[in-house]
Design a protein around this ligand. Sequence first.
Ligand code: NDP
Length: 279
Amino acid sequence: MARFTGKVALVTGSSNGIGRAAAILFALDGAKVTITGRNAQRLEETRQEILKSGIPESHVLAVACDLGSEQGQDELINSTIKSFGRLDILVNNAGAAFTDSQGRTGLDQDVSDYDKVMHINMRSVITLTQKAKKYLIETKGEIVNVSSVAAGPQAHVDMMYYGMSKAALDNFTRCAAIDLIQHGVRVNSVSPGGVTTGFGEAMGLPVGGFDNLWHFMESRKECLPCGKIGQPEDIANIILFLADRELSFYIIGQSIVADGGSTLVMGVQAHDMKTLMGM
Ligand code: NDP
């Protein structure tokens, strides 16, 4: 039997990138999945990817909504419970970064970008988790958050507010883990390094901006010791591991770093990342 048979997984940000890969793997491994994002067309692409593997339509619920709104979050949770009757796994994967319209970074970046990034990367995680809590307690479920190596301890000045939001998320993971384990719910997180997804374009970089950075890193051991940038499935497999109680039951409130060794050397910080990304 597939390992998530009988379970229901809600994966935020599954209209693209890491979330899409995780939703597909959960469905292939027996789970019923709720997929979500704002972009209805990309969401449908995820749904079709799942169905084309022979998964029945009744195992996939697509909900197009803005996670930044509590109304959207209510719709997401309520329609999942209405369709599937339970919730076992919540993956808080949706996230974003914002570039300053005038190219400013560090302390010069407009503080309105801080508000936006904290809203989607942190506040929406808190409120969605609050709304999911009672259902996860009923199933003694799992929460997996998607953080980033930008959380530190290194300084990521070019994406300062984004890094701050992920550092906050790491602390949320630890506190929520201790708060919820008394009810049998586990909370953990994965911290990716560079991964080929739609993230660069979503944050307003020119097309290929992140790819340039990734190619640059791949060719330099001081930037990426393993020599190959991550793919969404590399992170999705860790998400499934952390959602699989049989395999990872003893891990509570931790974040697994998956970055090809980059944060052990962090040589990329010595290069002009802004120019490479076209910022
Ligand atoms: P993508 O841009 O490919 O995917 C981001 C997903 O989040 C999309 O499905 C997007 O959906 C969704 N999303 C963003 N904002 C909202 C919103 N307001 N409401 C609903 N959905 C939203 O990027 P990734 O797959 O790379 O990002 C996934 C996670 O991985 C993020 O938390 C990111 O911070 C993290 N990460 C990524 C790294 C990388 O190198 N790619 C490195 C480290 C961490 P839609 O556009 O349809 O709304």
